[in-house]
Design a protein around this ligand. Structure first.
Ligand SMILES: *[C@@H]1O[C@H](CO)[C@@H](O)[C@H](O)[C@H]1NC(C)=O
Ligand SMILES: *[C@@H]1O[C@H](CO)[C@@H](O)[C@H](O)[C@H]1NC(C)=O
Ligand SMILES: *[C@@H]1O[C@H](CO)[C@@H](O)[C@H](O)[C@H]1NC(C)=O
Length: 510
């Protein structure tokens, strides 16, 4: 039965290490970590913020506060997933803390605002550097990719003891806003609200120049970036670009969308290659996160995914090429919105999180990579837990060995006093046990078929043609109707009814 075990991690609160690089309340951290360990949790995840560590100046890293956190996690017997967070914290759903990217980088942006993602109207977004500067020596002689590489190198050197003891089992490499491989197409800071289609973000001068060059090389110097794709809160039908038979289906539209989505993939590929060079030989896995853009999934144009850089249509798989790119780096594909059900979404968003999850996970499995995931919003009810359990083992458990399909791990968002409050914690513990397929906590990943051998060097580069081969749409693997390892004990189970009732009552008092 252990081969059915799916380890469960919990995200540490934002702000464990403050923006001033101090571990403020170490005692509370240790107390909470012990509770998590007692609840059966396998490990925790922490964002390692660029804006905190390299805030003093180029290459002036200060790891001391993080070392204390890592030590506490190790002392409590938990494993650690570390996120190389090269983005700003603040400006996205659930961000309660603001951690800008380093000041010396923002200062470069004062004289050269084109280092940031920019929309058609010229609004800049300081959350993350545009991928247009990945290979430009604009930062004290370094390129953006070199900055990311140097940062990870310093992490590896400074944390080498924790890497050797096996504390850090997973490095997720931040590849965009919110740490996700995407464009910042739906920033709340610029007035976006759910379920707006968002906007393309390729109007900084560097990406504009690159597009001009690409269009010219393709024999169409007259093609320009789209100026008819609407605004943040539009519906697809109201824009010329996305409406039925709109620009997006024309040759020009397809050329742009291919360029826009390929740029994103190449960006991820290059930074993961750096990460792989840095961590090669360490006993850990690399991971990259793909965003769960579930709104407008049900309409032909998939507008919100397209503006985010996922060129996904009914007859074109926009995610599997990303999975193929990750496969060369032995990286895990990390996805989100595992807890969401279609029935919970408002009908006008044309949202289909369940089908989206199935498509993305299936694409990853078909490319023979591991897939992991997280919930997108904080939830304490059994309905959400059961949906996560279903996605973790879509065809249930296998009493005689490994289940047909199994996620590599799930990270629960997020540690809070609310989670540790008794009713919530009681249900959460059942959830952990069910993730573990009713087995006791297992400290040795080998026992559940997770081989953490030394990270191998990335395989040779995959040509863009070969990556795009993976756009051929295929039916996702079939999912069972409901999970055989449920928290509620099946639909209408007593625990489920109670937990839902309790969370509804609690919600009234918020
Ligand atoms: C790690 O970083 C801390 C603070 O930044 C420093 O004091 C320490 O010497 C570094 N250790 C190693 C092994 O680099
Ligand atoms: C997946 O992403 C979430 C959110 O960033 C993170 O907490 C988790 O550790 C990631 N999982 C892996 C396997 O990297
Ligand atoms: C879109 O174009 C196709 C093929 O030209 C046509 O059959 C279809 O009716 C058009 N749809 C709309 C909504 O205009």
């Amino acid at each position: 039965m252990l081969k059915n075990y799916v380890p469960i991690f919990v995200m540490l609160p934002l702000g464990v290490v403050t923006v001033d690089n101090v571990l403020e309340d170490g005692d509370k951290l240790v107390k909470d970590l012990k509770e998590l360990r007692a609840a059966g949790v396998d490990g925790v995840m922490i964002d390692v913020w660029w804006g905190i560590i390299e805030s003093k100046g180029p290459k002036q890293y200060d790891w001391s506060a993080y070392r204390s956190v890592f030590q506490a996690v190790e002392d409590c017997g938990l494993k650690l997933q570390a996120i190389m967070s090269f983005h700003q914290c603040g400006g996205n759903v659930g961000d309660v803390v603001t951690i800008p990217i380093p000041k010396w980088v923002l200062e470069i942006g004062e004289s050269d605002p084109d280092i940031f993602y920019t929309n058609l109207k010229g609004n800049r977004n300081p959350e993350y550097l545009t991928l247009g500067v990945d290979n430009l020596h604009l930062f004290d002689g370094r390129t953006a990719v070199q900055i990311y590489g140097d940062y990870m190198k310093s992490f590896r050197e400074n944390m080498s003891d924790f890497l050797e003891t096996g504390l850090v089992i997973d490095i997720e490499v931040g590849l965009g806003p919110a740490g996700e491989l995407r464009y910042p197409s739906y920033p709340e800071s610029q007035g976006w609200a759910f379920p707006g289609i968002g906007e393309f973000q390729c109007f900084d001068k560097y990406l504009q120049a690159e597009f001009k060059e690409a269009a010219t090389a393709a024999g169409h110097p007259e093609w320009a970036l789209p100026d008819n794709a609407g605004e943040y809160n539009d519906t697809p039908e109201s824009s010329e670009f996305f409406r039925s038979n709109g620009t997006y289906v024309t040759e020009k539209g397809r050329f742009f969308l291919t360029w826009y989505s390929n740029k994103l993939m190449i960006h991820g590929d290059q930074i993961l290659d750096e990460a792989n060079k840095v961590f090669v030989g360490c006993k850990l896995k690399l991971a990259a996160k793909v965003s769960g853009i579930h709104w407008w999934y049900e309409v032909d144009n998939h507008a919100a995914e397209l503006t985010a850089g996922y060129y996904n249509l009914k007859d074109r798989d926009g995610y599997r090429p990303i999975a193929r790119m990750l496969s060369r780096h032995h990286a895990i594909l990390n996805f989100t919105c595992l807890e969401m059900r279609n029935s919970e979404q408002s009908a006008d968003a044309k949202s289909a999180p369940e089908q989206l999850v199935q498509q993305v996970l299936s694409g990853g499995w078909r490319e023979n990579i591991e897939v992991a995931g997280e919930n997108a919003l904080s939830r304490y009810d059994s309905v959400a837990y059961d949906q996560i359990l279903l996605n973790a083992r879509p065809n249930g458990i296998n009493k005689d060995g490994q289940p047909k399909l199994r996620m590599y791990g799930v990270t629960y968002l997020r540690l809070s006093d609310e989670l540790l409050q008794k009713t919530n914690l009681d249900i959460f513990k059942i959830f952990v046990k069910k993730m573990h397929a009713d087995q006791d906590y297992c400290p040795d990943p080998e026992k559940y078929n997770h081989h953490l051998g030394p990270l191998e060097r990335s395989k040779p580069e995959i040509s863009i043609e070969d990556l795009l081969e993976a756009t051929k749409a295929e039916e996702p693997f079939p999912w069972d109707k409901e999970t055989d390892m449920s928290v509620s004990g099946g639909a209408g189970g007593l625990v489920g009814l109670l937990s839902n009732l309790i969370s509804k009552i609690l919600a009234l008092f918020k």
